[in-house]
Design a protein. Structure first.
Length: 236
């Protein structure tokens, strides 16, 4: 399928859903679905870079995911550790890595690795991959509000100076354009606390395909639909 490169989204958000069901459908443990999901993450990231998407934000672990059974959480942590161990491969592709969410709850080894990768890749500019880890959209807004309050307390700004652009600069994705499109595979039609502030004008694309079955061709379908949607941002 030819991609309409003039109407390509600058920033795509992806909710990687359906790993558990993919594994269960095959009689495998849920963790096997996450492993396959991580492979698909790599494949889709490479494809996005190839076709010229500038930013992709992936929902890898939500603030609510800690409620899952301990063995599943542990399997995910292990996968993150493995992935972070191999993430340097992105250096050769000039890909910047950013982790959004509260890193403090992760094991120290993981946290330090995330910080190291962010630092090492900060000048890479072919594309930016943003991993939402222990991320919640409401938590993001609450933190930005607290930072705004602290600026008022320190008399750096007045309450009247709190506006949308200030909040946009204080959330985790400050400086990054809002996502033009959010893709959710796995059949559910909701955003589940992903990029709550940032998604105000995002085009939403839902598909029943489970994330481990999501291919570049499925992404092309979403891009094709995006190219045909009329975005008016509240105008006419
Ligand atoms: C949701 O599927 C998926 C997650 C909670 C984890 C997503 C994480 C990955 C794909 C691994 C990414 C890892 C790296 C290293 C980038 P689900 O388990 O809720 O699926 P279900 O709805 O079928 O149960």
């Amino acid at each position: 399928m030819a991609i309409n490169s003039e109407k390509l989204p600058v920033h795509i958000g992806i909710i990687m859903d359906g790993n558990g069901r993919w594994a269960q459908n095959r009689g495998l443990p849920r963790a096997a679905g996450h492993k396959e999901g991580a492979e698909v993450f790599n494949r889709i990231t490479k494809y996005c870079r190839k076709i010229g998407i500038r930013y992709v934000t992936y929902y890898a672990f939500s603030t609510e995911n800690w409620k899952r059974p301990a063995d599943e959480v542990n399997a995910l942590m292990k996968l993150f550790e493995q992935y972070l161990g191999t993430a340097e491969q992105y250096a050769k592709d000039n890909v910047r890595l950013i982790f959004i969410g509260d890193k403090s709850r992760f094991p120290e080894k993981l946290r330090l690795k995330m910080e190291e990768l962010e630092k090492k890749s900060e000048n890479f500019d072919a594309m930016t991959v943003i991993m939402a880890m222990n991320y919640g959209g409401r938590d993001d807004i609450v933190r930005a509000a607290a930072r705004a309050a602290a600026l008022v307390r320190d008399r750096s700004i007045t309450p009247e100076q709190i506006d949308e652009s200030l909040i946009s600069s204080l959330i985790y994705t400050g400086g990054i354009p809002d996502p033009d499109m959010i893709i959710r595979p796995g059949g559910e039609k909701r955003l589940s606390n992903f990029l709550t502030w940032q998604s105000a004008y995002s085009e939403l694309y839902f598909t029943d395909v489970l994330w481990p079955d999501f291919t570049p061709k499925e992404l092309d379908k979403a891009l094709e639909e995006f190219a045909h949607r009329g975005r008016r941002f509240g105008g006419v």
